[in-house]
Ligand binder design. Sequence first.
Ligand code: 16G
Ligand code: MG
Length: 548
Amino acid sequence: MPPSSLRVVYAFAREMHPKTTDVFIQYGTAGFRTKASLLEHVVYRMGLLAVIRSRVKNGRTIGMMITASHNLEPDNGVKLVDPDGEMLEQSWEEIATRLANVSDNDLESTTAQVIKEVNADMALKASVYIGMDTRYTSPRLAAAAVHGVIALKGTPKEFGIVTTPMLHYCVKCRNDNTYGTPTEEGYYEKIVGAFKNIRQKLPVTGDYSTTLYVDGANGVGGKKLNIIRKSLDGELDLNLYNLGGNGGKLNLNCGADFVKVSQQPPVGVEHVAFQRVASLDGDGDRLVYYYLDDKNKMHLLDGDRIATLLASYITQLQTACNAPALTIGLVQTAYANGASTRYITQELKIPVTCVKTGVKHLHHAAMSYDIGIYFEANGHGTVVYSQQAKATISKIAEEGEPEERKAAQLFLNFIDMTNETVGDAISDLFLVETVLCARGQNATQWMAAYDDLPCRQLKVTVQDRNAISTTDAERQCTAPEGLQTRIDELVSHYTSGRAFVRPSGTEDVVRVYSEADTQENADKLAAEVAQAVFDLAGGVGTRAEIPA
Ligand code: 16G
Ligand code: MG
């Protein structure tokens, strides 16, 4: 493409998506995320970048998802999806940030510079898949994305309202047709189809009940489950709540993030003692479970619980189909409850790796195993399988001893039910339901595997959150000076105490996490550490700690 044709880049920007703010914006843990009113020019520019990225990848399809996940309604965001359905390669985050922040006047020259820098062949075709969540600001931003793609002569394809994992899945399928069909229907066929297949093989037994309540966070995930529900033929009886009607507001006092962080049940869900409830986040990529007991106390089954449940079942399948050579590992972050890590290493005897917060770090680490299970405590996670693992299990399904063959066929269905591209609340929900059904377990029995250490999360506002630096997968703080020593000292007063601090990648705050033997102690430790952050890292305002 001759440089003169880049003029349209500037013309579109000026006429349709001008930069109206000087607020600096950074491509963070999960793309750009801020007030929706500050994002139109950013999304337009990401449309440009998606086309450049597609050309650098030889015309393979790139995804763009418009969402701010579990944030409240006024926020929005955009993230790019790489050809294998993974998060954008980290080295491009800086380019994205640069392109998002230049003035309209400099946009044409910066675009040309980026094209040169990454050596994109602008004569190639480019394809970009665009999806959005249910926010009222999303259609306008999706239109800006389309304009960005068109400005550089790429081909946009709009998927309308989809969950984030559905878009990741479609991008992957478009670039690798052995994975599935790149449509919403293709997604249902693969994932829900596999679930129904398994249900034929595993009858409902024991204390498992097919009734599941779901908190849809008033977002897209609940709406999609409502579509799926009609095709389940009673194999799972979904009672859906918080579907966005009746004035319910997106993520407000509901959804996976609210339930996990506040450790309270969501509004809008009918409470029946011991009924298990699955809570999704606003864009359908996180899942936690909970139930209330007969004293109305909430019991949370978070990402760590899902990880341990899946890991133990997968180990069982591996043994049953006799494939001991396949390596299995579990990836967590510093937020993983210490009791879960102990259970995984000591009881399940599966190796655990701890990495920095953010899906890209977990996903990457999980891929070093034949079977890599990764979950953040907040409920984001999935399982990834190497080609070697799939080939081995397929071979056993064809040629193994009768019992091994049966187990391997079940295992293949289990793999099909998994969205390997990214954590997926819908896919994870079917995985969990399958394991509980296979074991004849109810939520209380699932909970009995180990006892969580009480924990607390808080956030502190400081002048510059980047004044906090961390190492050792965010478990140790290297700056400001003296903070780690203070944290160590505070922790030493508590039985089973543990605490860490880290700058948030999605909000302008510092996050504090604590664990201890009792809830009271965990709360106290978190408050003390929050105060230390406030004192040593330039706290703003008068109150050091705010619930996260
Ligand atoms: C984003 C991340 C999530 C992480 C969270 C941490 C992705 C797709 N999502 O939502 O994995 O747990 O950020 O947020 O990577 P924080 O940095 O504000 O604590
Ligand atoms: Mg999300």
